[in-house]
Design a protein around this ligand. Structure first.
Ligand code: HAM
Length: 421
């Protein structure tokens, strides 16, 4: 029996890595051009951190976390998202008090969801968080930064939805309104929603059950209950987006699946990827630092699903090839192989940005050249018996029909320089 990966956890093979790296590096460059710095965080945190941040009555915490006891009998969890860890790191390392931090991080997240196209149990996110910023200027900047990413990467058909969830007090009033409304329609609620009626009625709005659509559609909307400051900020956000020429729709049903949000929430969505259309999602979480035991720190951020970014890129762009060698070195016999080792090292020393592959594992000339061709190398250098005798090698173009040329060992470096600059 062949060993298999765990369901929903994928190997990323070299043929897709070219595109992954291209996208990741571009996103990295763009967010750094806005003043964000990298932070790297552990994949494991105490379970309590996620329960308190994301909320005990959310799908993630109730059903999707990889939680287990370590050898010290402590409950730990593979991170399902990065925001909680970011804020935890801010508190742990004293980065938040009277400071502003613009941080990004990238890596795998783990959620025990039902795997399907675009939804995995180990998936990768690019995450940015601006902590110590009360907004809404930075909220707008984060969204504008996404638009720049789409433009730079030639990604098409992404639309933006925004909403405001108000502050704690206005949301408490809204919550009561929702409880009243849904209680009046109890007979139409599914079990999941009934369970959430008292504990977390906002989550009912997030239901994916098609039978709940009509009842949710008629529910009161948060935007009608906004406090003055949230309303002012939301208007300013819209104004800044208009000013930047960014189109959006206000979706009053956008509540997001995590409890830490307030005020601005947003999602960039595409119809091109089927059911899993959210490519980048985020919002403001002004209360989280304090909730986790730090000082009150207003903050906002987003996370982009890299698998979805890659899929969207591949719809309208060619896959980016793996980094092929510039030169593949073919040798005949032990002495030629030794020469090949010396030459390959000399080339690597002199051309650190080029890639050289020395044939390993022997083989006839024919099979070595076949490997050279398969490697997508641009040239082969051939060190054969005959070439050794007159102190020369053959330089053979592999990607066109030009003839091979003989060059002396002394001239190899200058010839490679001439070709690759
Ligand atoms: P989220 O909406 O749970 O938010 O995830 C953000 C993005 O990660 C989604 O829009 C999607 O692209 C991707 N994603 C989520 N789950 C999966 C999955 N199972 N498979 C593949 N991709 C997935 C957060 O995680 C928040 N921490 C975002 C945030 C940052 N809010 C403020 N700062």
């Amino acid at each position: 029996m062949k060993p298999k990966t765990i369901r929903g956890m994928n190997d990323l093979l070299p043929d897709v890595i070219g595109t992954w790296r291209y996208l990741e590096q571009n996103v990295m460059k763009i967010v750094e051009s806005y003043g964000f710095n990298e932070i790297r965080l552990p994949l494991l945190e105490r379970t309590e951190l996620f329960k308190r941040s994301i909320g005990a009555d959310t799908d993630i915490v109730e059903k999707e976390m990889y939680t287990f006891k370590d050898r010290n009998d402590e409950s730990i969890t593979l991170r399902p998202e990065a925001t909680a860890s970011m804020v935890r790191a801010g508190i742990t390392n004293g980065l938040l008090h009277n400071q502003q931090q613009k941080l990004w991080t990238m890596g795998p997240m783990f959620r025990y969801e039902k795997p399907q196209k675009g939804r995995y149990r180990q998936f990768y996110q690019f995450n940015v968080e601006a902590m110590g910023y009360k907004g809404p200027d930075v909220d707008a900047e984060l969204i504008i930064m996404c638009a720049r990413i789409w433009k730079t990467l030639n990604l098409k058909n992404l639309r933006l939805e925004i909403n405001s969830l108000g502050n704690q007090e206005s949301r408490a009033i809204y919550r009561d309104q929702l409880i009243t409304y849904f209680s009046e329609h109890k007979s139409k609620l599914d079990q999941n929603s009934l369970d959430r009626l008292r504990s977390n009625p906002l989550r009912i709005l997030d239901s994916k059950n098609p039978e709940m659509v009509s009842i949710i559609k008629e529910a009161p909307v948060m935007l009608n209950y906004l406090d003055d400051e949230s309303e002012k900020d939301f208007n300013m956000l819209k104004h800044l987006l208009d000013n930047a020429g960014i189109k959006y729709t206000v979706n009053p049903r956008l509540v997001r699946g995590l409890d830490y949000y307030n005020k601005t929430v947003f999602e960039w969505i595409t119809e091109d990827l089927g059911a899993q259309g959210a490519v980048c999602s985020g919002g403001r979480y002004d209360g989280l630092a304090e909730k986790l035991g730090g000082r009150s720190t207003p903050a906002v951020g987003w996370a982009m699903g890299i698998e979805r970014l890659v899929s969207l890129y591949e719809i309208s762009n060619e896959r980016i090839a793996i980094a092929a060698p510039h030169i593949y070195i073919v040798t005949d016999g032990d002495i030629a192989l030794q020469k090949g080792f010396d030459l390959a090292e000399e080339l690597r020393e002199n051309f650190p940005t080029l890639r050289f592959k020395l044939n390993m594992g022997g083989g006839s000339f024919k099979s070595q050249l076949k490997r050279a061709d398969k490697s997508q190398a641009i040239y082969a250098i051939i060190i054969g018996q005959e070439e050794m005798e007159d102190n020369r090698v053959a330089l053979k173009p592999l990607r066109n029909n030009e003839d091979q040329v003989k060059i002396s060992f002394e001239n190899i470096l200058s010839e490679v320089k001439k070709i690759f600059g």
